[in-house]
Design a protein around this ligand. Structure first.
Ligand SMILES: Cc1cc2nc3c(=O)[nH]c(=O)nc-3n(C[C@H](O)[C@H](O)[C@H](O)COP(=O)(O)OP(=O)(O)OC[C@H]3O[C@@H](n4cnc5c(N)ncnc54)[C@H](O)[C@@H]3O)c2cc1C
Length: 467
């Protein structure tokens, strides 16, 4: 009987010994501390009701309201504010917390009236009627309904017959309305409202900060971006479904970025236009102030790239993203894994490694449906020959028309555990870094393989091609 316990203890000890405090852990910790602040202030001012149930409910309500306000900077593309600068972490948190908040706000009135249910039906119905009829409570009720609709609109975003930009505009309008109504509600009712005016300063300050972030993103930032325009220097089709777009700063001012990062680009002609798309930068930092992108035709915008013209103005918001070569500075080897359009940041990382004449073992596993969809193959072959220790592994389902020179690099199928395992020097995977970019399903499958192969999350750096 003692075997499983010993085994579990060993497994826990092993997991603990492999645990490394990553940047994402630190961010999550700081985020949680931030959420608890209103509760700590309320507790220290002695503002909480007596009784275990009320205290726990207060802690949850205050933290949820704080989490709601923090949703604004999380989605605010604030690359100069330390807690929110890691946009991959920020957007992932924003989406995840948004769903939890939706559930919590839905339960909020029910949790308040729950104890009355235990008292009597009369107490319950009086409580519900006062909730619906009192003007202070009405603001909360409207916010509650709007919140429910808006959370559903976010969860089912891809199922709505709506352009991404239209959805984004309505998302912001709805959240501004919810923030206004919820702040009015929280500052006029309950233990944190009419009885404690000083505490309202906190909520109005958070409300003001949230609105400032919206104003910054939609009115001030476009003004700044408009002053640093780029121009298209080349646009060419590099596969039956991929384009390579190269742009150059009109002022020839250096655009500082790390290999592996991405930027939002806007080719509408107006920096204020909401049609902006995120694309990974495929090039490396250069003095010509040029950026190049590899773009796959996937929807309305990406299928109309043939309409872009040389000399056309492009506005760039960035750089963003936490992937960089710095993350693998001390690793003994590097595996780059790209699925489809995920080749763009991998090209940037590989070009960066080539520029610094890196002699470590570097493996690129590049998956696509067919060989003709693979891009930059000539350059990849040349890099394999020129660099000290680079190996290329192409993986695709259809092998028709494979050039003879490419045959040795190609394997039929999907990127699987065996290709990934074979990329590491035997038994050394715990000293390697893995970079990963591709569609969400591929990222999920590959991170599972990597976990099974014994890699810690601190060794794996990825970018998903969707928010
Ligand atoms: C960090 C990041 C880096 C990316 N890098 C590349 C790259 O290097 N090469 C490449 O080909 N693709 C890349 N993508 C994907 C690319 O942004 C989308 O394919 C493109 O925006 C789709 O636009 P569409 O109008 O053609 O397609 P649609 O059919 O309108 O959209 C297809 C999908 O893209 C999402 N989407 C659409 N517009 C946006 C937007 N403005 N912001 C965020 N998501 C949006 C939609 O939710 C939808 O799920 C990247 C995405 C992200 C998030």
């Amino acid at each position: 009987m003692s075997m499983p316990n010993t085994f579990n203890l060993k497994a826990i000890k092993f997991r603990l010994s492999r645990f490394r405090l990553t940047n994402k852990h630190t961010l999550t910790l700081a985020y949680l501390v931030l959420l608890l602040l209103p509760f700590v202030v309320a507790e220290s001012l002695g503002m909480l009701f007596e009784g275990m149930y009320n205290r726990v409910l207060s802690a949850l309500n205050l933290s949820a309201m704080m989490a709601f306000f923090v949703q604004f900077p999380l989605a605010g593309r604030l690359r100069h504010v330390p807690l929110f600068a890691n946009i991959d972490w920020s957007i992932a948190k924003h989406k995840k917390i948004g769903k939890y908040l939706g559930v919590f706000f839905f339960l909020h009135p029910l949790l308040i009236v729950a104890p009355k249910m235990l008292l009597s039906f009369d107490a319950l119905s009086t409580s519900i009627i006062s909730m619906i009829t009192s003007p202070q409570l009405l603001t909360g009720l409207i916010a509650w309904v709007v919140m429910a609709v808006w959370v559903l609109m976010s969860v089912y975003k891809d199922k709505l017959n709506m352009r991404y930009e239209t959805w984004r505009l309505w998302h912001v309008i709805g959240l501004v309305a919810i923030a206004t109504l919820a702040t009015l509600h929280i500052t006029t009712v309950g233990s944190h409202g009419q009885y404690n005016q000083e505490f309202n300063v906190i909520w109005w300050s958070l409300y003001t900060l949230s609105m400032m972030i919206v104003i910054y993103n939609y009115f001030i930032k476009p003004r700044i971006i408009q002053r640093q325009p780029f121009t298209i220097t080349s646009i060419e089709k590099v596969s039956p479904c991929d384009w390579q777009l190269t742009i150059e700063s009109k002022s020839k001012q250096r655009f500082a970025f790390e290999a592996g990062q991405f930027a939002w680009i806007n080719t509408s002609g107006s920096a204020y236009n909401l049609e902006q798309h995120p694309f990974s930068i495929a090039s490396v930092q250069n003095n010509a102030a040029q950026l190049s992108f590899i773009i796959r035709e996937l929807g309305d915008y990406t299928s109309s790239l043939n309409q872009l013209e040389i000399g056309q103005t492009v506005f760039v918001d960035g750089p963003y993203g936490s992937m960089s070569l710095d993350q693998s500075r001390t690793s003994q080897g590097i595996t780059l894994i790209a699925g489809g359009a995920g080749i763009a940041p991998m090209m940037s990382l590989l070009r960066g490694l080539a520029r610094q004449n890196d002699t470590r073992p570097i493996r690129l596993i590049y998956g696509n449906r067919s060989l003709e969809r693979m891009v930059c193959l000539d350059e990849l072959e040349a890099l394999e020959k020129r660099m000290a220790n680079v190996q290329l592994q192409l993986v695709c389902q259809q092998l028709e028309n494979a050039k003879d020179t490419l045959r040795p690099y190609v394997r039929q199928g999907l990127i699987g555990k065996s290709e990934i395992d074979a990329s590491f020097t035997a038994g050394q995977q715990q000293n390697w870094a893995v970079y990963l970019c591709g569609p969400t399903a591929m990222i999920d499958a590959t991170t599972t393989h990597l976990k099974q192969l014994g890699l810690a999350s601190s060794q794996v750096h990825f970018e998903q091609l969707a928010y």
